[in-house]
Design a protein around this ligand. Structure first.
Ligand SMILES: Nc1ncnc2c1ncn2[C@@H]1O[C@H](COP(=O)(O)OP(=O)(O)OP(=O)(O)O)[C@@H](O)[C@H]1O
Length: 579
């Protein structure tokens, strides 16, 4: 935890906060001595002036103490907030650059818990540490010293009360600490079930599994609640035990102190001050114990956060990078040279010796059965994963020699699942290219065949997009995603099964518009598809089966001599889906 906090802490603020904390503790420590003086000198001698004078002094010192406390709380809280803010920022940045490998390792529910709840645990403990953990030792030593000064013999009482308190606190910590740690894992589980229930709400309803999902969530929720109740019940023993020990200590002090007073070896005022110091000593001990109860929970959270921050991204920028891919758009080339790739832990290669070449103006279509490796193949181009053997060259430059930023500038990607953001159509389109003009956006929207639902006569680019694009149909969302990809100026445009949600006519119109657009002639278009009709016009068709490119050529060539391609055609004739 220390490692996580120290580099993000502002040390001058901690210094100033500690200074004011010392002021507060000094004020707290000096008040009992003044009280004892009021009793010993003012009350005993009926000296009203002395009592008033000491009263003013007490008020002044108490006021200084309040200022010390307020300033210290301010610095402790702002530091905790700032450190939390920096950790969340760093986590988000780290997660933004993670490849799918790293995402799968943690799971998104756990990443969310780590960025929210785990950070809050650290913030809470930071406030405790910056206040209690610094205050308690100063107060413990100060009050112990002053109590000893008032009446050394009486300090023997602590030889009993402190060990008794330590034993009870030790027992509480022994049971509470492991439970505190397990609470974090249980929050992960709640997040996971909640997230799955939310994102899959339609599937859940369609299969009438509402009850099953509710029970699943109730189980996770109940499990968390049970552990929470157990741990906080255990911790709640702290306060009654503390009260018991304090009362016992007071009784001891009054018992022995009373005897010392009757022997005239102690003044009444000293007894009162001693009792206050005794409370301060026990309170300090208690504060330290509380901090030590909560630190392990925060340490567990810190370990979970550090695990994310320390994760090495499997896709990283290499050294000696080439600036840009080295040629203008008109000469764009893409070469897959004997590329193989295997998912971590997988026995079989997901891509086995893929070798093909494309140039500006080409449309490359990839077809094959489900699980044949189409998505994996195109994911290698923007380096969502790195190739295992072979290489991919863009304009003759190995893509691993380009910075990821430069590479992503050259490659525009539409995923299988359309993703839209809440906002306007314009905002969504500018996501593809923030410098795009309205004309650029309308050009992209026209190619993507959005005319039937986004028109210049209506709200146009100001049309509102709900969260996840929920106010559009699947096919409309897909067309908007395609338009956003086209707004970007890129050398390679990839459409991963993006046309499957479109009806045949729209699919054909869109591909024709793509082909006819002069801008697209400068780029390479890669289309992953399941339908023969979608791929038939492509300049190069790659037929995939079991991770291998088992055929490449145009429609006529493949129809003539590729068995797998013919099987796909045959299967689609049966479905009445062939061109
Ligand atoms: N993240 C992953 N981790 C491990 N294996 C994976 C992962 N993603 C895909 N695979 C495996 O790699 C193979 C190719 O998957 P891929 O998604 O590339 O196929 P696809 O042809 O795009 O399928 P579909 O048409 O169904 O989308 C499959 O056997 C799949 O199980």
């Amino acid at each position: 935890m220390w490692k996580l906090i120290k580099s993000r802490l502002s040390w001058w603020a901690v210094g100033v906060g500690t200074l004011f904390l010392i002021v507060q503790v000094m004020s707290n420590l000096s008040l009992p001595t003044i009280t004892s003086d009021i009793i010993n000198k003012g009350v005993a001698n009926s000296d009203i002036n002395y009592i008033w004078h000491s009263g003013y002094k007490m008020m002044f010192i108490a006021f200084i103490g309040v200022i010390g406390s307020v300033v210290n709380v301010y610095f402790a809280s702002t530091q905790a907030q700032k450190v939390g803010n920096k950790i969340r920022h760093d986590l988000f940045e780290k997660v933004s650059f993670m490849s799918d490998f790293e995402f799968e390792k943690f799971g998104d529910a756990s990443l969310i818990t780590r960025t929210t709840n785990d950070v809050i645990q650290i913030q809470n403990v930071m406030v405790m540490v910056l206040r209690m953990m610094l205050m308690a030792p100063i107060m413990l030593i100060g009050a112990g010293f002053l109590a000893y000064n008032k009446q050394p013999e009486l300090t023997a009482v602590f030889l009993v009360s402190l060990p008794v308190l330590a034993i009870f606190v030790g027992i509480i910590m022994y049971f509470a600490v492991p439970l505190f740690k397990s609470l974090q894992k249980k929050i992960d589980r709640i997040n996971l079930v909640f997230r799955e229930g939310l994102t899959g709400v339609r599937v859940v309803r369609a299969f009438n599994q509402d009850k099953f999902e509710q029970d699943r969530f109730a189980d996770a929720n109940h499990d968390y609640m049970k552990t929470g109740i157990t741990v906080f019940t255990i911790v709640s023993f702290m306060f009654p035990i503390m009260t018991l020990v304090m009362s016992g200590t007071n009784m001891g002090i009054i018992w022995f102190g009373g005897q010392l007073i009757s022997n005239q070896t102690m003044q009444v005022g000293n007894l009162v001050a001693f009792m206050t110091y005794a409370m301060q000593i026990l309170m300090s001990f208690m504060m330290l114990s509380m901090v030590f109860v909560f630190i392990p929970r925060a340490s567990a959270s810190a370990a979970r956060i550090n695990e994310v921050l320390a994760t090495k991204n499997s896709v990283v920028d290499g050294e000696n990078l080439t600036a840009g891919s080295g040629s203008d758009n008109n000469t764009a080339t893409l070469d897959f040279n004997h590329v193989s790739f295997r998912y971590s832990g997988a026995e079989r290669a997901a891509i086995d010796d893929a070798d093909f070449h494309a140039k500006a103006g080409d449309t490359v279509a990839i077809i094959g059965g489900t699980g044949s490796g189409k998505t994996t193949l195109i994911s290698l181009i923007p380096r969502l994963f790195d190739v295992e053997t072979g290489n991919i060259k863009l304009d003759g430059t190995n893509i691993e020699q380009l910075s990821q930023h430069d590479l992503h500038d050259e490659v525009a990607f539409t995923q299988q699942k359309a993703v839209l953001f809440k906002g306007t159509i314009r905002e969504n389109m500018l996501y593809g290219n923030e410098e795009a003009t309205d004309d650029d956006i309308w050009r992209a929207l026209e190619i993507a065949q959005t005319g039937e639902f986004i028109s210049k006569d209506g709200d146009g680019l100001e049309t509102f997009v709900e969260q996840d694009g929920d106010n559009f149909s699947g096919g409309q969302k897909q067309r908007l995603s395609i338009a956003r990809t086209l707004v970007k100026k890129a050398k390679v445009y990839i459409f991963d099964d993006s046309f499957s949600a479109l009806d045949f006519k729209t699919d054909a119109d869109l591909r024709k518009a793509l082909k006819d657009d002069p801008e697209m002639q400068k780029s390479i278009v890669i289309i992953v598809a399941q339908r023969i009709a979608t791929v038939a016009d492509a300049d190069l068709i790659l037929v995939m089966d079991g991770g291998k490119v088992v055929g490449q050529g145009n429609h006529e060539e493949l129809k003539a001599d590729n068995e797998t391609y013919r099987e796909i055609i045959a299967s689609q004739i049966k479905e009445g889906d062939q061109k």
